[in-house]
Design a protein around this ligand. Structure first.
Ligand SMILES: Cc1ncc(COP(=O)(O)O)c(C=O)c1O
Length: 460
């Protein structure tokens, strides 16, 4: 059996038997999926033998790159020793204890206790339950409303999907859970009014939180939940004025701040957590993805001493948990992953080298006829594709041109994701000059090819 035959067969069987996440299944039936077979450092290979530079770190996950032997060895050793035991009913094990301690050390402020799950969605569901439980324990059961933002992505379960602000997710939630409100996202390029400067817009977007708190009654508000940088929504980076004003409002009304760091945790912005980068003081941080660099599923929520005090002062179970909460093999892999991030000094490297290198690379395309804006913070970047640079007018049928561009990127050997017509990137923390040069060449070619395809639609 040749590799080609295996690959064609896999594609066919995949379309017949595998329901993919976030996929148009009709199109998949006819077009099939690309079969990925191997990863190594910053690259992955498909079944046709094509090597591509992974500009998305998998799915914002592989911060230390693909196929590091040390992580495989950590998993192997743990599987030989204790492959599984639960953490229910007053049992624990070494990897979960050591990892909890490590995360408490790395987390900002007085966030010292960790609850584990296997996905970002689960960790946000846990956060929602814990936040509401906390207010009940504090004697304020009316505080149930969680305010979040339009276009936020907090996961796909019904509760996390409802807390998220994506209209297309809500449209298939049947129904969206009550108790969530969504305010404007701090997306200056897309939301600012004519002539409104970023800092003024940042203040306006933050003050939408105060308006919403007052509209629903402060006594009913439990928390504000947000990604420090909106990732899946299109790498939307708030102006500098935004987070200090949000923090002021959260403090003023005594509501909890939940930072969803599922994408931004573990070095992406040049700090362990983005909360540190922005001077945020969250009461809860949810994490997932890069805690293991995606080698095994693991997620969780780190909570502050105040919440822990409420929970530990209550002499009854918190009726919540997952079979795989604190899975020993995932925890062992996470510990090794964090050790590598520290040993290789990858986080200061983002601040000193790779973050500035990404910003410099993207800036080279700011004048391209298709590009409305480029932006980045740390290792999160975006390129806005527009039909008219001057007026910021989008192309008809949002997402169509992003898809064309994404295909060109892939053919040029580079993976970027399309969020409608915003091309986003989240490179791993290990890129060197070689990868930045390859990315620059691929982006240049892919943008030019996209331009050729849509030239007739551009403003004169
Ligand atoms: C900010 C954020 N929160 C939560 C999630 C959900 O994580 P998961 O897909 O592991 O459930 C994601 C996934 O991309 C995310 O980006």
């Amino acid at each position: 059996m040749t590799n080609e035959y295996q690959s064609a067969q896999l594609t066919e069987l995949d379309a017949l038997h595998h329901l993919h996440p976030f996929t148009n299944h009709k199109a998949l039936r006819t077009g099939g999926a690309r079969v990925m077979v191997r990863g190594d450092g910053p690259y992955i290979w498909d079944s046709e033998g094509k090597r591509v530079l992974d500009g998305m770190s998998g799915l914002w996950t592989a911060n230390i790159g693909h196929s590091r032997k040390e992580l495989a060895e950590a998993a192997y050793q743990q599987m030989l020793e204790l492959p599984y035991y639960n953490t229910f009913f007053r049992t624990t094990h070494r990897p979960v204890v050591v990892l909890s301690r490590k995360l408490a050390e790395l987390a900002p402020g007085n966030l010292n206790q960790v609850f584990f799950g296997s996905s970002g969605s689960e960790s946000n569901d846990t956060a929602i339950r814990l936040i509401r439980h906390y207010w009940v324990l504090k004697g304020e059961p009316k505080r149930r409303i969680i305010i979040s933002r339009k276009n936020a992505y907090h996961g796909s379960t019904i509760a996390a999907g409802s807390m998220g602000g994506m209209a297309h997710v809500h449209s298939q939630s049947y129904p969206v859970y009550e108790g969530f409100r969504h305010i404007i996202d701090p997306y200056w390029y897309g939301e600012a009014e004519d002539g409104e400067q970023p800092q003024a817009f940042g203040l306006r977007a933050a003050r939408a939180l105060e308006d919403e708190i007052l509209a629903v009654g402060p006594e009913n508000v439990a928390a504000f939940a947000a990604e420090p940088v909106q990732g899946a929504g299109g790498v939307k980076i708030a102006p500098a004025s935004y987070w200090p004003e949000v923090q002021r409002i959260v403090d003023k009304y005594g509501i909890l701040l939940l930072a969803d760091e599922v994408i931004t945790g573990f070095g992406r912005l040049g700090t362990w957590f983005a909360s540190e980068h922005y001077g945020m003081r969250p009461n809860l941080i949810t994490f997932a993805k890069a805690v293991t660099s995606g080698y095994l599923p693991l997620s969780g929520i780190i909570v502050d001493d105040e919440i822990v005090a409420a929970v530990t002062g209550y002499d009854e179970d918190f009726h919540h948990g997952y079979t795989f909460s604190g899975h020993p093999v995932s925890c062992a892999v996470a510990l090794k992953n964090l050790e590598i991030i520290e040993r290789e000094k990858l986080i200061p490297r983002v601040r000193e080298y790779s973050g500035p290198a990404l910003a410099k690379l993207l800036a080279k395309f700011a004048d391209h006829p298709l590009v409305g804006e480029v932006r980045s913070v740390g290792l999160l970047g975006a390129i806005e594709l527009v039909a008219d640079k001057r007026t910021r007018r989008r192309f008809a049928d949002p997402g169509r041109v992003g898809m064309i561009c994404r295909e060109h990127f892939f053919r040029e050997g580079f993976i970027m994701r399309a969020v409608f017509d915003t091309m986003v990137t989240a490179p791993p923390l290990i890129w060197t000059e070689t990868q930045f040069d390859e990315a620059e060449a691929a982006i240049g070619r892919a943008l030019d090819l996209t331009l050729k395809d849509v030239a007739g639609e551009l403003a004169a």
